[in-house]
Design a protein around this ligand. Structure first.
Ligand code: ATP
Length: 380
């Protein structure tokens, strides 16, 4: 059997120019009165993709999902599903099902009846319903809980019932609005992997809305980072993290240090920037920018090295500072280092050994350094 990882690694229809998108938002705008919730947005999602819409509260992600489900109509633009416009098609006639933030299970019905509800409404024959419900219970590992009522279940189990109910009708697309919002951290993490397995096993297309970046990074094939009704970047989790296309995305996903400065030189392989913090930053990049132009370089905390000894080369990507704060997090330690201009940078180091060879203390003078391929030039 192939592992989920190996299947996922080879899955990249968005990189294939001949692949046809399954869902296509085409210049979609949604206005509520004079407020624009979704702003001329275009986006393609492919069959079997696990796609995440990520953004702060109010950025328009739920509105986008609701338009796909048919609960809202776009003010302008079109939504294409499997080659056809779904404009005007009512929610119940779309091959799309939505799992809501609150699971909305029927409290007086057993687990089994909750899962069977939609099938019954569709007039599916009884024997087929029983078969399908049994299959769903097995899938979400709740066979033993079939006769229980929702209040006799844990939050995680209730979440799985809701999931079983929303996929019982075999929708081609499942929309999930903050599906794990009600679960505690540990259960959330477990359920993320269950969701990924389920999506893979059933070959469905999942579109999930979340404001939790870790969740999106874990589960999704691709992430769309949204702000104020627009998509700022669509890319794989690794690309979003390692090559954010803007200051907004770099800041939004994970921790980041941004060094501002002016371009000193651009060779076509390296961009050299005189950082305001009083040192030279070298970034390995084919991008060129005019000498003297403003530049901003992002470097993730885990790519910074903090040491009491000066690095071999102190002329570039190395700056002196003072330990300002130390946060011991168990698996790693985060150092806040104050540079001479007052800027505080964050550096995280794994605690791989039980004892550090070179323990660092508050107020100690240190060197912060990083490699030329650690930095990313930010645009916009
Ligand atoms: P959250 O994570 O808080 O759910 P979101 O990104 O999903 O946020 P949306 O629910 O899509 O945000 O809302 C986007 C914007 O549109 C918000 O400012 C919201 O107040 C507004 N909005 C949504 N629905 C309506 C409505 N029916 N009438 C007026 N304004 C609305």
């Amino acid at each position: 059997m192939k592992s989920l990882g190996s299947i996922r690694r080879s899955f990249a229809p968005w990189a294939d120019p001949t692949a046809k998108p399954y869902i296509s938002f085409q210049n979609v705008t949604k206005r509520f009165g004079d407020f624009t919730a979704v702003d001329n947005l275009s986006l393609n999602i492919y069959q079997r993709e696990f796609f995440a819409l990520l953004g702060a509260s109010g950025c328009g992600k739920s509105t986008l999902l609701r338009m796909l489900a048919g609960f809202e109509d776009p003010t302008s633009g079109d939504i294409i599903l499997d080659g056809q416009s779904i404009k005007g098609i009512p929610p119940y006639r779309r091959p799309v099902n939505m799992m809501f933030q609150s699971y909305a299970l029927f409290p007086h019905m057993s687990v089994e009846k909750n899962i069977a509800f939609g099938l019954k409404q569709d007039g599916m024959p009884k024997t087929e319903i029983a078969e399908r419900v049994a299959q769903m219970l097995k899938l979400v590992k709740l066979e033993k809980f079939a006769a229980r009522k929702p209040h006799q279940l844990s939050g995680g189990q209730r979440q799985r019932v809701a999931l079983a109910r929303s996929i019982a009708k075999r929708p081609k697309v499942l929309l999930l609005d903050e599906p794990l919002g009600a679960l505690d951290k540990k259960l959330r993490e477990e359920t993320q992997f269950e969701l990924m397995d389920l999506q893979q096993d059933l070959g469905l297309t999942f579109v999930v809305v979340t404001h939790d970046q870790e969740e999106a990074m874990t589960m999704a094939d691709r992430i769309a980072v949204m702000s104020a009704g627009k998509v700022i970047q669509v890319a794989t989790p690794a690309e979003i993290y390692e090559a954010p296309n803007s200051r907004f995305v770099a800041d939004f996903i994970g921790d980041v240090n941004i060094f501002e400065g002016k371009v000193k030189a651009a060779t076509g392989t390296t961009l050299e920037v005189a950082a305001k913090s009083g040192f030279t930053v070298d970034v390995a990049t084919p991008e060129t920018q005019p000498v003297g132009a403003d530049a901003a370089i992002a470097v993730r905390p885990e790519k910074l090295r903090v040491s009491s000894q000066a690095p071999a080369n102190t002329t570039v990507n190395a700056v002196e500072g003072e330990i300002w704060d130390i946060a011991y997090l168990g698996d790693m330690t985060v150092f806040h280092v104050r540079l001479s201009d007052g800027k505080v940078v964050k550096a995280s180091m794994l605690n791989a050994a039980r004892e550090m060879d070179d323990p660092l203390a508050y107020e100690q003078k240190v060197w912060v350094s990083f490699a030329a391929n650690a930095g990313v030039v930010l645009k916009g």
